[in-house]
Design a protein around this ligand. Structure first.
Ligand code: DGJ
Length: 744
């Protein structure tokens, strides 16, 4: 998979479908050549380097009027020579100079892939699945060594990158910027695609042309954020969901990030992804090391959906890990939207009992069970059950739930503390705050300083005590505010720029310790819904609460956008009560079920309050989900109609061999007497006959017809009136149908 042209110093990573090429310049810097569809491995490519004498240029060597870093596409640009674009690396020495020049020292090819210490990362199970190229660079003047690591995967069109820095000099250095990935494209005739939004409406797809300048998305909140996801894609103007070139860049990290695309005056595009340099400064004492988070870049010539497949395949199979990675996820019920903080043990058991009667397998007790937590002003930090609500403790409640034949899950918000808590009273110094300044609060809570190992130990011990005494099969790990006044009491002044990163390392450490102690525990990540829905979290928690907005129609966009990068098995999706708590909308129970089923499925309402008819629908949904959840966790996901572009949302999940598919079609607003509609499917066997079933339809067709002419949408979802309904009465807003397409 990795070919080295020793004569020309060209490195070629290729896997039969995709190529990535770079070379060593005469100056020792690394230059970028190509990324895209595979090129032949015996080719010579140095002529791809474009050089010309241009006005107002700074050249590297006196007498040479052609070689300037400003005009060369580079692999890992540094600051201070002749390149005036943003560098991937900025280092400052104690002399105050920020100049740095990395020179090539050598390379090593390693079968498989090494783990990144303390950080989430993709992995292999067999060394034959991937090959890793490590390029050793050094700034001789500073003594800084940088090892650039590239892993190319055999079965997936992805390259994982990270950089390890070692201070081999005798003086302290400060890393002010250490990006995980930098990549120079020969032209900027792309549109960028980002996932942006806000609380309850995160990860909307935003597509924009790339103007000259430095468009970027980032977070400086300490969590990857609702506002922007650590992801960026590039597509050609003519690229669609299913055809054309698309590149995706995703950071396997949950803290502050920067994803930027710089377009220079010669229409060269530099993409960069890594820890946000704002608020970052890492002290590298002599002998010290720093490893960047991993960045994953994928390529596809099958459009944005093709890009998503690469991410889904890699993240589902080689980033998510452990007991739950390939297992069917339990259908859960969560009490939050139904009860908020107001419940006692018997209420919860009644709530779970009804769920059990509907076939639901896991009961999750959300916020409010611990300390003095009767509202959001108290209790965080005291992870002991509140005896007034739970007289038999968590252990007793868990036993009663298990007695019903269900599993028991519990909510935590490990990183937070309320002022009104025993933990805060005992250790007011445990929070992140700048001495002498008043710390801001969010939802009446403060952020524990997880950059301090003793704080992480305290929370681990409390969680361990509960998890080891009560039968808890699942935890929901929440995080309901971002970090402000970032400062750690445990670090000296010249290391305060490390706090954000050390904090997230502490979060990862706590996850890792819990997973080691309780390998069968299913962890669902959450941050006021999807405020930390990122690839870093997926390494520890195979599913995340996608959004605090549980309205099925809002969820169409949220889940559609999220699917650009993240597999559907990772998206927690629940049927909630109507009118919906967030937007006040009424939607049919079928639609709520259909939308939530394309995810880690569950309920978040009091089933005791449903009508007989609704309960019947719930029972049917649970049966249907259980019959199909293997496909829903493991299948190939196709986006068919975008809710960002029209009145319909449609998607398909198909077996990889094309033997079966489920197609979900939702019409958002009612459409009176609308056109006939057909929906071309994907991923079927053209020569195979299929039986198509839905609530209103049953017919047979070959795969070629279903993919070319399309699935016939002759039912309520297309606006058609059912005979005998007396007119247009059956046309309603927010209708949805699932079609089963079964190979015969
Ligand atoms: C925010 C989460 O997103 C909700 O699902 C719920 O767990 C609340 N926090 C509880 O405080």
């Amino acid at each position: 998979m990795i070919t080295v042209n020793e004569k020309e110093h060209v490195f070629h990573l290729h896997n039969g479908r995709m190529s990535y090429l770079f070379y060593v310049m005469d100056s020792g810097q690394l230059g970028h050549l190509y990324f895209g569809k595979e090129l032949r491995s015996d080719g010579s490519y140095l002529h791809m380097v474009e050089k010309a004498h241009r006005p107002m240029t700074t050249y590297i060597t006196e007498g040479d009027l052609y070689t300037s870093y400003e005009h060369l596409r580079q692999e890992y640009p540094t600051y201070g020579t002749s390149d005036y674009r943003y560098p991937a690396l900025e280092v400052q020495g104690t002399d105050g100079s920020a100049l740095c020049k990395l020179e090539y020292q050598g390379y090593e090819i390693i079968p498989g892939k090494k783990p990144l210490p303390g950080l989430p990362a993709t992995y292999v199970e067999d060394p034959a699945e991937a090959e890793t190229l490590e390029i050793r660079m050094r700034d001789p003047w500073r003594g800084l060594e940088a090892v650039l690591s590239y892993t190319i995967f055999r079965d997936c069109d992805a390259i994982a990158r990270s950089v390890r820095f070692v201070n081999k000099g005798e003086k302290t250095l400060f890393l002010d910027r250490a990006m995980s990935l930098s990549l120079d494209f020969p032209d900027a005739d792309y549109e960028s695609v980002q996932l942006s939004g806000s609380w309850a409406r995160a990860r909307s797809i935003v597509t924009r042309p790339l103007p000259p300048g430095v468009p970027a998305v980032s977070s400086m909140r300490g969590n990857s954020s609702h506002q922007h996801n650590p992801f960026l894609a590039l597509k050609r103007k003519h690229t669609t969901e299913h055809s054309g070139d698309a590149y995706g860049f995703s950071l396997v990290y949950s803290g502050n990030f920067l994803a930027q695309a710089e377009v220079d005056n010669y229409n060269v595009l530099r993409v960069m992804l890594g820890i946000n340099p704002f608020g970052f400064r890492w002290k590298l004492a002599p002998g010290g090391e720093f490893v960047t988070p991993e960045a994953v870049m994928v390529w596809s010539n099958q459009g944005l959906n093709g890009m998503s497949w690469q991410f889904h395949a890699l993240y589902k199979n080689r980033l998510a890990r452990g007991y739950w990675r390939d297992r069917e996820r339990p259908v859960l019920i969560n009490n939050w939207e139904a009860t908020m903080f107001d419940y006692v043990e018997d209420d919860l058991v009644r709530f779970a009992q009804k769920a059990q009667e509907c076939g639901i397998e896991l009961f999750v007790l959300d916020d409010g069970w611990f300390g003095a937590r009767n509202n959001d002003r108290a209790g965080l930090g005291d992870w002991k059950p509140n005896p007034a609500k739970l007289p038999n403790g968590i252990k007793g409640l868990a036993q009663r739930i298990e007695g019903l034949g269900m599993k028991f899950g519990l909510w935590f918000e490990p990183e937070m503390v309320n002022r009104d808590s025993d933990l805060f009273r005992a250790h007011p110094d445990y929070i992140i705050q700048t001495p002498g300044r008043t710390p801001s609060h969010g939802r009446n809570q403060f952020v524990l300083d997880f950059s301090r190992p003793q704080v992480v130990d305290e929370i681990y011990n409390q969680m361990y005590a509960l998890l080891s005494t009560a039968k808890i099969s699942y935890i929901k790990w929440d995080m309901n505010r971002s970090i402000s006044e970032c400062y750690s009491a445990s670090l000296p002044a010249d290391q305060q720029g490390e706090v954000f990163h050390r904090y997230i390392l502490g979060v990862y450490d706590l996850h890792e310790r819990l997973i080691r102690a309780f390998p069968e525990l299913l962890i669902e990540s959450c941050s006021s819904g999807g405020g930390r829905f990122d690839a870093g979290m997926l390494y520890y928690a195979p599913q995340g609460w996608t959004s605090d907005d549980s309205d099925a129609i809002e969820r169409l966009k949220i889940q559609y956008g999220t699917s650009l990068v993240y597999p559907i098995s990772s998206m927690g999706a629940h049927v909630s009560a109507c009118p919906n708590s967030q937007v006040g909308r009424n939607t049919p129970i079928e639609t709520r079920g259909n939308v939530a089923m394309t995810g880690a499925f569950g309920y978040e309402l009091d089933l005791n309050k449903l009508s007989e008819e609704e309960l019947k629908a719930v029972k049917q949904q649970v049966v249907f989900y259980k019959q199909n959840r293997k496909l829903l966790v493991q299948g190939a996901f196709y986006r068919l109609l975008s809710p960002f572009e029209g009145n319909f949302a449609a998607w398909e999940v198909a077996e990889h061999d094309g033997s079966r598919a489920l197609v979900t079609v939702t019409r958002i607003l009612s459409e009176i007497n609308g056109p006939y509609r057909r929906l071309p499917l994907l991923g079927l066997d053209p020569d195979r006959k299929y039986h198509i079933y839905s609530k209103y339809l049953s017919y047979e067709a070959y795969g070629d017809e279903l993919m070319q002419f399309g699935l016939m949408l002759e039912d309520q979802a297309s606006g058609q009136v059912i005979e005998g309904s007396g007119g247009s009465g059956s046309c309603e807003d927010f209708r949805s149908l699932v079609y089963e397409v079964v190979g015969m």
